[in-house]
Write a protein that binds this ligand. Structure first.
Ligand code: GLU
Length: 445
């Protein structure tokens, strides 16, 4: 049995109920076979056994008082996965679906994603099963303060720098930052995604969506094409989706779909990102409102996977994990889709990914394609350290550079290890090698 298979089996045996984590480990490790064959030192140093085990997991009670004076209790956690190349870095997810398996999967992915950015950031993830939807601002604030009261003991600008993710946006980061500052009596860059008035970076809100589009644009460019005239299907309508829609539109492409948890939009004239932004970010309402505001647009209540039935050249899943299944992959291929870029973390299931790749679709995994968010968080950390703010243009240019470099790093790694065109393997290998070499250099720890 191969080294990779033994480690996957050991993970399954140790945590058989952690399905999402097992899925992420399987996807990464299987694609590392060629690099492990070429470098026996990784097995000799037990790199895989170590890399699948978080350095630290913190799990804690988050009690808070709702608007009716009733005590509520949620579960908070932070998985500090790997600090070989820098302080732990990764977002905080606030969603009722959050559990340890999900946070471990996200933290594991983050190790390789952060490495790919070329910036010095280790991998981590955290969150809570708290649902900010339907809560008042004061309830969200009381939750965030309680959450940070415990989390503050485990993080710091040079230790672990959390950020946003699903359910954690600018409002939540603000409340958490305020509480950290009170507890520590320190104004530091302990969180990223902050407001511009207190150390946030220009272009951070746009970064994940823009970065995704920059990476796909580089692929198109290398093949003598551009977004001009391309039809794009987007799944999702959160922070990543909104700015991906804006950038595709700016580059001459047409986004014809987007979705939320209750339904999806088909807008043959091209989705207007400003309307989506107003509904989702300002009003925090349902996408059903979109069809009332934009002539010619259709709203379909029900499974948002309906977006994959609309013919497109490029598909951008930007919502959450496991939202593009094998049947969707088959439909996309049958309709002529040529590129899939993951704006979310692991939205495509393993069999769907393999089907897309086997059918000639250029597939860009989240850890490469959505790395623009955390990369710009890294740029926010740099600005905080030098106590300066860069212009939008400066940050945007650096982001674009990073995405172009990620594309070529993944492409080159795939070529070097004999799997040309396989960007899943390329991204995993390129991200892994730097971390593994740093782990060896630092001894058994
Ligand atoms: N949550 C984002 C991600 O999945 C951003 C993390 C960060 O900025 O630290 O990469």
């Amino acid at each position: 049995m191969s080294y990779v298979q033994r480690v996957i089996d050991a993970v399954k045996e140790k945590d058989p109920d952690q399905e999402l984590f097992i899925q992420a480990v399987t996807e990464v490790l299987e694609s590392l076979e060629p690099v492990l064959d070429a470098h026996p030192e990784y097995e000799a140093n037990a790199i895989l056994e170590r890399i699948v085990e978080p350095e630290r997991v913190v799990m804690f009670r988050v009690p808070w008082v709702d608007d009716n004076g009733k005590v509520q209790v949620n579960r908070g956690m932070r998985v500090q996965f790997n600090s070989a190349i820098g302080p732990y870095k990764g977002g905080l997810r606030l969603d009722p679906s959050v559990n340890l398996s999900m946070i471990k999967f996200l933290g594991f992915e983050q190790i390789f994603k952060n490495s790919l950015t070329t910036l010095p950031m280790g991998g981590a993830k955290g969150g809570s099963d708290f649902d900010p939807k339907g809560k008042s601002d004061m309830e969200v604030m009381r939750f965030c303060q309680s959450f940070m009261t415990e989390l503050a003991k485990h993080i710091g600008a040079d230790t672990d720098v959390p950020a946003g993710d699903i359910g954690t946006g600018g409002r939540e980061i603000g409340y958490m930052f305020g509480q950290y500052k009170r507890l520590r009596n320190e104004f530091t860059g302990v969180l990223t995604g902050k407001g511009l008035q207190y150390g946030g970076s220009l272009a951070r809100p746009e970064a994940t969506g823009y970065g995704l589009v920059y990476l796909v644009e580089e692929h198109l460019k290398c093949n003598g094409e551009s977004f001009e005239g391309k039809t794009v299907a987007v799944h999702g309508s959160g922070n990543v989706a909104i700015y991906a829609i804006q950038k595709v539109t700016q580059l001459g492409g047409k986004v014809v779909t987007c979705s939320d948890r209750k339904g999806w939009i088909y807008d043959p004239e091209g989705v207007d990102y400003e309307i989506v932004k107003q509904i989702k970010e300002v009003e925090r309402g349902s996408l059903a409102l979109y069809a009332e505001r934009k002539a010619g647009a259709e709203y379909h209540e029900g499974d948002a996977r309906g977006v994959w039935t609309i013919p497109c050249d490029i598909a951008l899943p930007c919502a959450a994990q496991n939202t593009l299944f094998i049947e969707d992959a088959q439909t996309l291929v049958a309709n002529g889709c040529k590129i899939v870029g993951e704006g979310a973390n692991m939205p495509t299931t393993l069999d769907a990914t393999k089907y897309l790749q086997a059918n000639g679709v250029a597939f860009f995994p989240g850890k490469a394609a959505n790395a623009g968010g955390v990369a710009t968080s890294g740029l926010e950390m740099s600005q905080n350290s030098e106590r300066l703010s860069w212009t939008f243009e400066e940050v945007d240019a650096k982001l674009k550079d990073i995405m172009v470099n990620i594309y070529h790093a993944a492409d080159d790694a795939a070529k070097e290890y004999g799997v040309e065109g396989d960007f899943v393997a390329g991204a995993n290998i390129a991200g892994f090698v730097k971390v593994a070499d740093a782990m060896i250099a630092q001894g058994v720890c």
